[in-house]
Write a protein that binds this ligand. Sequence first.
Ligand code: 3PY
Ligand code: MG
Length: 248
Amino acid sequence: YREGLQSQGLWLNTADSQITEMVAAAGFDWICIDLQHGLAELADLPRLLPIVEKCDACKIVRVLSDKPEEIRRVLDLGAHGVIVPMIDTLEQATAAAAACRYPPVGTRSCGPTRAMAYDPKYLAHANDAVMCFVMIETAEGFENVEQIAALPGIDGLFVGPVDLSFSLCGGVSGLGGAVFSDALDRVLAAGKQVDKPVGIFGLNPENAVQQLRRGFTFCSLATDTTLFSNALQQAQTVAAQSSSRCRD
Ligand code: 3PY
Ligand code: MG
């Protein structure tokens, strides 16, 4: 993203090694392990992150909250970057960015247990290499989006469309409406103004492609759980069609 390239990722809601292997081998630019709404816990990361690392995908983790101690631990375990949910204020965003950097720039305490195992020279460049993306998904965060985007240490914004639709439009029925569409334009403009990437969670692959066309820098194409449940439905549809043909 630092070269301004668009990228596609995949979102992991499960904490399963085999699914992570399959996703990593499929060749996505980045993979996000979700600690906020997914099944993974902090203790799963030493098992899952090396699988992603092996396939050269960028290791992103959505943290459970903006708590600095949690952000630091996720980075210590070797994540390249964090997506921090539910950021409302400049203070929250500043603290999240600070938690990602060692002093004097930030407040990160030094103990990169797993990160050093991936990269012995980690300490020399961690402050520059680590990525801190904050989620714009509340009305308050949205109102502050230009100032949040401009903060030093914030590498980019990430839109949570579902929460943002609840907060701005009263629910997911607003996702297709003008208020929501204008909101996305404003977030994109806020990123563009400071030349920082803006990502978004893709609701499905078609939606993800639309968002990339619209100008988002990075977008998740799907989640492991939605892919699996779509495949199940497809299998059931095929089975239902063929069993009705058998009866005929
Ligand atoms: C949202 O859409 O609110 C998200 O956080 C995506 O997971
Ligand atoms: Mg959300």
